[in-house]
Design a protein. Structure first.
Length: 133
């Protein structure tokens, strides 16, 4: 985990929420409605069957089920160009950090080409600027 990535994430969180101490969550719906990452999703749709399962009451990311031969779940963050990739939409326990299959590599490649940075498990477990220690 790189400290600079964590600092970048914290900055993006504070900017998106308007404040780290008095956050506003209204940006989630506004950002979702703008579909800022539609080019990435359209590229992934060339290879995968995609279902949008985003629940803004639960996630600060868009949530897409990707299916081809395998199932994956990609979460592009609504606070910045970060993403998570899981092996399953149902069980978000198996975070893909090093893509080992052609399909996972294709997701990472498309995300990278659109300027997204993957978040690793170590970074994901850290407390962000919005959380009390």
């Amino acid at each position: 985990m790189q400290q600079s990535l964590f600092d970048t994430i914290n900055h993006a969180i504070a900017v998106a929420h308007g404040s780290a101490t008095s956050p506003h969550y209204g940006f989630l719906q506004k950002t979702y409605n703008k579909r800022p990452y539609q080019p990435l999703i359209e590229e992934l749709a060339l290879r995968f069957a995609i279902t949008d399962t985003t629940d803004l009451n639960y996630d600060s990311a868009m949530v897409y089920s990707l299916r081809q031969q395998e199932e994956h779940c990609i979460l592009p963050s609504l606070v910045g160009k970060f993403f998570l990739l899981f092996d399953s939409i149902v069980d978000r326990q198996n975070l893909v950090e090093q893509p080992a299959t052609n399909e996972a590599r294709a997701v990472f490649k498309a995300a990278h080409q659109h300027g997204f940075v993957p978040i690793d498990r170590a970074t994901l477990k850290r407390h962000t600027c919005l959380m009390d220690d």
